[in-house]
Design a protein around this ligand. Structure first.
Ligand code: NCD
Ligand code: ZN
Length: 366
């Protein structure tokens, strides 16, 4: 079987900084990716609009220049959101929009995930001049939707997780105060989040990663397969079913690809594990398998329509840029993404880390 598709967009990825960046970008281009939203949780964070990089911050301008220089000039779109920190003010939003550099801003729950220590609690943003300015000027708010600062039993339990709490308690307050704010709920993992997004206004959408469509917490815990450790954590079967139903629902326009591909050169530390799965080079193949596992028949027009909406067209439509006119293809033929070295350390792609081969391969005809 061969699927011919428009080139796709990854609206949530991590390209980091330093010598690995060119490799990560090349992996994205090699998988037929036409454009990306590159997350700002770099070291230091991307928390200014313009000007040179300092010890405290990249600017959107300086980080974009770095990425373009490392190969990202081959993308049709390169969005870098502003990391919302204590330094962000409404004037920065206004200036960012007039400069053309600011299209989105990212909320990180403080200490909730990799490099999120500069985040400011959502309760402080709700009703703020910053979110009002974003609402007025059409800047998209990308949200890492997990309640922060919880104790273990509240963080992850059978009936409640940091994410389900965030979507049942915090998000309703956010959309009530900012009813016209465009929002992308990033890497959603729970039935609570999927339900929230489906019942919210059309200007509230979500990205979903391949790993959250494919795996559950059981896959991670059985053998402690730490390559699958990312945040938010993979969840329960009932959650995965809701995500699958969301992406397969007829003519859906709210759910789109955001791989959250997150390379780590020190995945295992002395007493912990870094959160993030690397899916550069293999995300469309994983998404295709995930859709098939969810019951889509990719040989039919209906199956292909659902897949193409999710991977190639819903994201651009939501962000307000055109879908790609270039094409790429997925062939049903096994492929084996391999670990590679960055600064003498290994980055391990998810399928290799979990010991499985991909069912699909990529062809790019120029
Ligand atoms: C991401 C990373 O490594 O930057 N990690 C992850 O587990 N998803 C950060 C994030 O998006 O949460
Ligand atoms: Zn991420």
């Amino acid at each position: 079987m061969r699927l011919d598709l428009p080139r796709w967009f990854d609206l949530h990825t991590h390209f980091r900084q330093g010598s690995g960046t060119a490799h990560y970008i090349a992996d994205h281009l090699a998988m037929g990716c036409a454009g990306v939203l590159a997350m700002p949780n770099t070291r230091p964070p991307v928390s200014r609009i313009s000007g040179p990089t300092t010890e405290q911050a990249w600017s959107i301008e300086s980080y974009r220049a770095q990425l373009l220089n490392a190969g990202a000039d081959a993308f049709e779109q390169l969005i870098v959101p502003l990391y919302l920190t204590h330094d962000t003010d409404a004037d920065m939003i206004t200036r960012g929009v007039s400069s053309g550099l600011l299209r989105a801003a990212k909320y990180y729950p403080p200490h909730g995930t990799t490099n999120s220590e500069h985040g400011v609690p959502m309760t402080e943003w709700i009703g703020s001049d910053v979110l009002r300015a974003m609402e007025d000027l059409g800047v998209i708010l990308c949200i890492h939707g997990e309640q922060h600062g919880l104790r273990g039993p509240d963080y992850f339990d059978r009936n409640q997780t940091a994410e389900s709490l965030f979507y049942t308690e915090t998000m309703p307050r956010l959309v009530e105060k900012h009813p016209t704010l465009k929002i992308v709920c990033e890497h959603i993992t729970t039935a609570s989040a999927a339900t929230f997004v489906r019942s919210a206004f059309d200007h509230v959408a979500a990205t979903i990663t391949p790993q959250h469509l494919m795996f559950t917490i059981g896959h991670l815990v059985q053998g402690l397969r730490y390559h699958l450790y990312c945040l938010p954590l993979v969840k329960f079967d009932a959650d995965r079913s809701e995500l699958r139903e969301a992406v397969l629902s007829a003519r859906q326009s709210k759910f789109f690809a955001g791989t959250d591909s997150a390379p780590h050169t020190d995945k295992l530390t002395e007493c912990a594990c870094a959160a993030g799965c690397y899916t550069g080079g293999c995300a469309p193949q994983l998404y295709a398998s995930a859709f098939e596992q969810a019951g889509a028949d990719l040989s039919t027009a209906t199956g292909q329509d659902a897949f193409s909406r999710f991977l190639c067209t819903n994201g651009p439509a939501f962000y307000g840029f055109p879908a790609s006119e270039k094409r790429f293809a997925l062939r049903r033929e096994p492929s084996h993404p391999l670990p590679f070295s960055v600064e003498g350390k290994e980055v391990v792609p998810l399928p290799h880390g979990l010991g499985f081969d991909l069912d699909w391969s990529i062809t790019i005809d120029d």
